[in-house]
Ligand binder design. Structure first.
Ligand code: HEC
Length: 129
């Protein structure tokens, strides 16, 4: 009886919470694999490769707001939204966080106020294009 109760607790209480805690990471990996890896795993057209700390260092130092915004709008051979028109800024940000954190960075999901800054920078960037 006790063991059954413990098993019940693990499956019904602990596991769903574990999945929940990893949901954001999972969506970042998923989007990275689906959209970004085509270019960023092999370095197509000089795309900064995932895991290449040297290539990412300068970008990471420019900061999450700037790099997220500029990537979303598109930079030179980097297509807007990584070429997937339906990608929201939140989804793009998660995929980028996944790449950055595999490449020497320690970024976390943008707060509401950071998201507002990112959207501001996107608007500025679009105006100057
Ligand atoms: C078709 C190929 C391609 C795809 C798909 C792609 N990228 Fe890129 N990306 C590039 C290239 C090429 C560069 C380098 C641009 C340059 O500096 O000339 C780049 C650069 C970047 C940069 C740096 C921008 C800067 O300010 O210099 C970020 C951030 C980025 N990509 C994020 C992503 C994310 C996130 C995805 C997936 C959602 C993605 N990319 C999908 C080709 C791609």
């Amino acid at each position: 009886m006790k063991i059954q109760l413990i098993i019940y607790l693990i499956f019904n209480l602990a596991l769903p919470q574990l999945t929940f805690a990893n949901e954001k990471d999972a969506s970042g990996v998923h989007i990275y694999n689906e959209v970004c890896s085509v270019c960023h795993s092999g370095g197509v057209a000089n795309a900064p490769k995932i895991g290449d700390q040297n290539a990412w260092k300068k970008l990471i130092n420019e900061g999450q707001v700037i790099i997220t915004a500029h990537g979303y709008v598109g930079v030179r051979a980097m297509p807007p939204k990584g070429g997937k028109e339906s990608l929201s800024i939140g989804q793009f940000a998660e995929a980028l966080i996944y790449m950055v954190n595999k490449s020497g960075g320690h970024w976390v999901s943008p707060s509401k106020s950071m998201l507002a800054e990112i959207n501001n920078e996107i608007a500025n960037r679009k105006k100057s294009q």
